[in-house]
Design a protein around this ligand. Structure first.
Ligand code: NI
Length: 227
């Protein structure tokens, strides 16, 4: 499932992030990546421990906490600490690849399975050319370029790329989620059931039928969740 989360960050948060990133110490994104990624990757990223990365990471984690749609769609079990990257100048693309299935969480000794990927756009589309996030999966190829502060969730299993940025710089935050529910198909059914129940409750209030269907939701989640 590919899901657009509008206004994931507020305009104030976006401009704060942009000002921190304007003077941040960007480094070669190929550092510390595997041989396969190295052949197609050409961007810049921020070291995990720098001040800007720490501040923006905390901001993004707060934004996750207040976003019920994110929770319903991703059903997060573990969240990889958000990272930041930049495309532009000579480091302006990331060719077709599939993200590594398992990541070590920096500083924790823990691992995470990358079930769901999330990208938060931090530059407005009119400020750069190119830089589309192209995601190929069972739903065909989708080209995603969203306003600053908007996010997209997509399956970790999908082949994807960032097209060359030919004008300006494209800033983004990205991270992975290990979900309670490993299967994209099952997560999608739970999400649709949850969202439709929410709409029914808003239109008609709670009744015996919505209560029973909410029970079905929780029993499906109980059947599929790996806690
Ligand atoms: Ni990727």
């Amino acid at each position: 499932m590919l899901l657009h989360l509008p206004q994931f960050l507020s305009p104030e948060e976006v401009s704060h992030a942009q000002s921190l990133l304007a003077t941040a110490p960007w480094t070669d994104g190929r550092k510390g990546t595997g041989e396969l990624a190295r052949q197609v990757k050409n961007n810049e990223q921020l070291d995990h421990d720098c001040e800007a990365a720490r501040t923006i990471r905390a901001m993004v984690l707060r934004a996750l906490d207040r976003n019920p749609t994110f929770f319903s769609a991703a059903l997060p079990k573990k969240v990889f600490p958000p990272r930041l990257n930049r495309y532009g100048g000579d480091s302006n693309y990331y060719g077709d690849h599939i993200d590594g299935a398992v990541r070590y969480i920096p500083g924790s000794g823990e691992r995470l399975r990358t079930d769901v990927s999330c990208t938060i756009f931090l530059t407005d589309p009119q400020d750069y050319d190119g830089g589309e996030l192209c995601i190929a999966d069972t739903f065909g190829e989708q080209s995603v370029k969203l306003p600053a502060g908007h996010a997209v969730l997509y399956p970790g299993t999908s082949l994807h790329q960032v097209k060359p940025v030919t004008r300006g710089y494209r800033l983004a935050c990205f991270f992975w989620i290990e979900s309670l529910v490993r299967s994209d198909e099952q997560r999608r059914m739970l999400y649709e059931l949850d969202m439709n129940l929410l709409a029914l409750r808003q239109q008609h209030g709670d009744d015996a039928h919505t209560t029973a269907l909410t029970g079905v939701y929780h029993n499906m989640l109980r059947m599929w969740a790996d806690t």
